[in-house]
Write a protein that binds this ligand. Sequence first.
Ligand SMILES: C[S@@+](CC[C@H](N)C(=O)[O-])C[C@H]1O[C@@H](n2cnc3c(N)ncnc32)[C@H](O)[C@@H]1O
Length: 384
Amino acid sequence: MFFALVQDKKWIKRLKDNLEEHRLLHPTLKITQVGDWTRIPLSQCSESDIPELVRQHSTIVEEEEPQKTDSKLQPKLKYSVYPPMALIVSGQQVDEQSVQSLLSINVTHVAINSPIKDATDVVRRPKIIPVHGDFGPEPTLESINNPTESDFDAAFWATCVQHGVHQTWAPRYTMFSRGNIKEKNRVLTQFNNQQVISDSIVVDLYAGIGYFSLCYAMQHPTLVLCWEINPWSVEGFARGAKRNGINVRVIRHGEPFQPLQNDRIVIFLEDNCYAVERLSKLTSLPQFQQTPISHINMGLLPDCRLAWGQAMKIAALSPQKTVLHVHENVAADQIESYSLQCADELAKGQPGCSTEHLHTERVKTFAPGVWHVVMDISATNPIS
Ligand SMILES: C[S@@+](CC[C@H](N)C(=O)[O-])C[C@H]1O[C@@H](n2cnc3c(N)ncnc32)[C@H](O)[C@@H]1O
């Protein structure tokens, strides 16, 4: 039988109603909570009968019809399911029985997550402890820094669908932060009101596996241009983009970039300090001279200050206003004053450009009294 695994709570009722309308909601089995997923049981049907809305906003898994005793096996563990993997929150006792019960919810890989301890690790490399399943070869310095196609092929890749956007990553090499779902929702539903995304260029200076870039790409900009230094994130991002049916190209450092008609996402595998140079060349091409740079995403924690100057130079290339999305960990009692100060400091970095603080979003608590915030700051070049 099939189950729909739903992670985004706001979709649960709509998907349940939709299944009911199609007479596909299981008449006796209950909807249950599995880690942070809601598991909706479907009546007997073939996969092609499952409505499009349900497919788009859930992960469909096929499992044996549960026996009554199964509920006793449900572990009390805290974990997340990223098909086909269950990732157990660190610091818990994990025994064979709990692993077996996780395997019974149709995952094939189980690992224990441990937090990124090194705050200076800019590429945010994760540390997972594989417990069950083939997670691919143990990373080596060479495979981490200079992966080959065969390293990519041998690695284990996990997936997650949020707001209908597929994301892919190799858990041994890059992290996935499900806590950013709130910010992804803002990208999808609110950023277009700040500055229109369609027919514009969007820039992501810390693209990672693309969870923000993909949300922009869904809104039909002319191009999403991304910078990322971790080759594993770039590979995951490219795989994720293809999974979403979005055309993607990877340009390595030193390779020239000639835009092509069907480019949608271009990922530069290099430091974002080269972004200004790349964008100056692009915006001097006749076909891009009038294309606004609508949004610049800057998603690095604890702060992205190193890219502030670059971001303002990029905004100055735009014929219309650009909205910068500045991520930072900020003490709760300083958020308002710091946001205004941030807008002033950014303006000072690009004489002639004016800035305006539009909004500050509290994404999640980072530590007691400290919030991961995103400051939306518009930058306008006087000649625009
Ligand atoms: C917090 S993660 C961003 C998460 C991202 N939104 C995603 O979808 O995965 C920050 C990313 O910035 C990358 N990074 C850090 N410094 C960079 C730099 N100077 N240039 C380009 N990428 C950088 C890291 O490798 C990491 O993937």
